[in-house]
Design a protein around this ligand. Structure first.
Ligand code: G4P
Length: 524
């Protein structure tokens, strides 16, 4: 491996922020980008969120709802590191994309609202991170507001997520009296009105700390902070990298306090691009040969061009502008003439991208989600999974004459990852599956705008979907035959079992012991 390649890989950190809506992800993103100089003024990301993402406002529903449907990537440099922040939609509605994005990161920041603790969306996204043991840095946000007891929050993380916690800082005061953090490992403090300044102190009892707190809060702080130092787990790098332990920082994104801790933690503790598993071998990020996979397709980013951008995570080697790559699924060569980097506002042609980087590749439907690109080698990454949809609907076409066109359009949408498509074995109309209701609106709007196909959705009698497999092929065949009315095929022709609810699913799983019912399917 050449030195410059290894050095470029070592300085990259590719991460996402996971949180429940309103916990402060947008505010934090903005402050992170501010550190990286990617934006000039705080307020730009927020303004963009409020005003809608102009770059992607091609679709009416985005304008109507005032949200961005796009999961974007933002690259910035800070210190010696290059950070690739993969954004996941913060709105109540979310999509398969949100899950898939987490398969393209090496670490995540989990933002928790100090008053609310672990909320449902955080839990869900955490579970996806856990599938790949992604290391997580925790940020307890909004300490400047009324908040819960820090020990209680740590306990909740441990209980609900089965994740060990190692507090790295301790809040000095809470709500109105929040005035800084105490750094547990080196007995220093930072004041929220002068974060740049680190002051060494003799311990939680020191006068410098006392001076920051109202008199009636001092005793409690000393007790709490001493207890945190004695009783909490120390940070353990190995446990963090294995996804078993999270370092915890307290702060206020709004006041831009504690954000520097996070960015430093990512630089210092988070892993560089991880090795990726392919069908033929393990691919090290420092491997000279280029390899990459597609984890997201974004259509119509530019309303004038009706282009499709495939978001590709580079896994090894150098992805260079103008190179010819091999598309594993077809075996055909593909010229990468205009790969792009994304910054907070603009795109820029990418001359060279390294492992961990995310580039956008404009194409006209050649690339699908899960596709592997190499510089010639025959290998396929197993990295991008399908998650069982949580909402299933039957698509009703208003003009029955256009059935064939609709079949093609739905297949195209499924390849792009807008929805998942299931063809029932009994020949009834196709079902679409999504994890967030917004995806249905996107599908409807796009079928109408791009294919001239007005559709509506009907409730299906199914609400649960599982991929089925078995080591005993005959038994699988028997199951598929017996349950024909409840079996459908996905886009790749793999069988799924459809059930009305979790109860019936469990009932069948009990009866058919040799059949595996999976909520996740790896691509390819
Ligand atoms: P999200 O992307 O996770 O949905 O959250 P976002 O950053 O939009 O923050 C949600 C709300 O919480 C915003 O208030 C934001 O200003 C506020 N907030 C974020 N971080 C902090 C913090 O550290 N302290 C306090 N006190 N508030 C915080 P909003 O009223 O919805 O919007 P705005 O009108 O204030 O912009």
């Amino acid at each position: 491996m050449s030195e410059p390649l290894a050095a470029e890989v070592a300085r990259r950190r590719t991460f996402a922020i996971i949180s429940h809506p309103d916990a402060g992800k947008t505010t934090l993103t903005e402050k992170l980008l501010l550190f990286g100089g990617a934006i000039q003024l705080a307020g730009e990301v927020k303004a963009k969120k409020d005003r809608m993402n102009t770059r992607s406002d091609w679709m009416k529903i985005e304008r109507e709802r005032g949200i961005s449907v796009v999961t974007s990537v933002m690259t910035f440099e800070y210190g010696d590191h290059v950070f690739n922040l993969l954004d996941t939609p913060g709105h109540e509605d979310f999509a398969d994309d949100t899950y898939r994005t987490l398969t393209a990161v090496d670490a995540a920041i989990m933002v928790i609202d100090a008053a609310k603790g672990i909320e449902p969306r955080t839990l869900k996204l955490f579970e996806v991170c856990r599938l790949r043991d992604i290391p997580i840095v925790t940020f307890i946000n909004k300490m400047d507001r009324e908040s819960r007891d820090p020990f209680e929050i740590l306990d909740e993380v441990e209980q609900k997520l089965a994740l060990d916690t190692a507090p790295m800082t301790w809040p000095i005061g809470r709500g109105k009296s929040f005035s800084g953090t105490y750094h547990l490992s080196d007995n220093t403090i930072r004041r929220s009105d002068a974060e740049e300044q680190t002051t060494s102190v003799n311990g939680p009892e020191s006068d410098a700390v006392a001076g920051l707190l109202p008199e009636n809060e001092r005793k409690a702080f000393i007790e709490e902070c001493s207890l945190a130092m004695e009783a909490c787990r120390p940070f353990d790098s190995q446990a963090f990298l294995e996804g078993h332990l999270t370092p915890v920082y307290f702060g206020s994104a709004l006041r831009n306090f504690g954000v520097r801790d996070l960015i430093n933690a990512l630089g210092r503790y988070a892993p560089p691009p991880r090795d990726q598993i392919a069908d033929t071998r393990k691919v090290a990020a420092t491997d000279e040969k280029m390899s990459a996979f597609v984890f997201k397709i974004q259509a119509n980013m530019d309303p004038n061009h009706r282009d499709r951008i495939a978001f590709v995570r580079v896994c090894s080697g150098k992805l260079q502008r103008g190179m010819k790559a091999r598309l594993a699924r077809t075996g055909k060569p593909m010229s990468l003439s205009a790969p792009q980097f994304f910054f907070a506002h603009q795109r820029q042609l990418a001359d060279t991208a390294y492992a961990g980087d995310v580039v956008g590749i404009p194409n006209h439907g050649t690339l699908r989600i899960g596709d592997t690109l190499t510089d010639g080698e025959h290998l396929v990454f197993k990295g991008v999974p399908n998650f069982a949809p949580e909402i299933l609907r039957r698509v009703r076409l208003e003009d029955a004459m256009k059935a064939k066109k609709m079949k093609e359009a739905l297949a195209q949408m499924a390849e792009e990852g807008v929805v998942q498509l299931f063809q029932p074995e009994d020949g009834s109309p196709p079902l679409v599956g999504v994890v967030g209701a917004l995806q249905l609106d996107v599908l409807k709007a796009r079928l109408e705008a791009e294919y001239g196909l007005p559709v509506s959705f009907e409730l299906a009698r199914f609400n649960v979907c599982r991929w089925i497999s078995s080591a005993d092929k005959a038994e699988l065949e028997r199951f598929v035959t017996v349950k024909r009315g409840d079996i459908a095929r996905d886009l790749d022709g793999d069988p799924v079992f459809l059930a009305s609810d979790g109860f019936s699913l469990n009932y069948e799983a009990e009866r058919w012991k040799a059949i595996k019912f999976d909520a996740i399917k790896e691509y390819q």
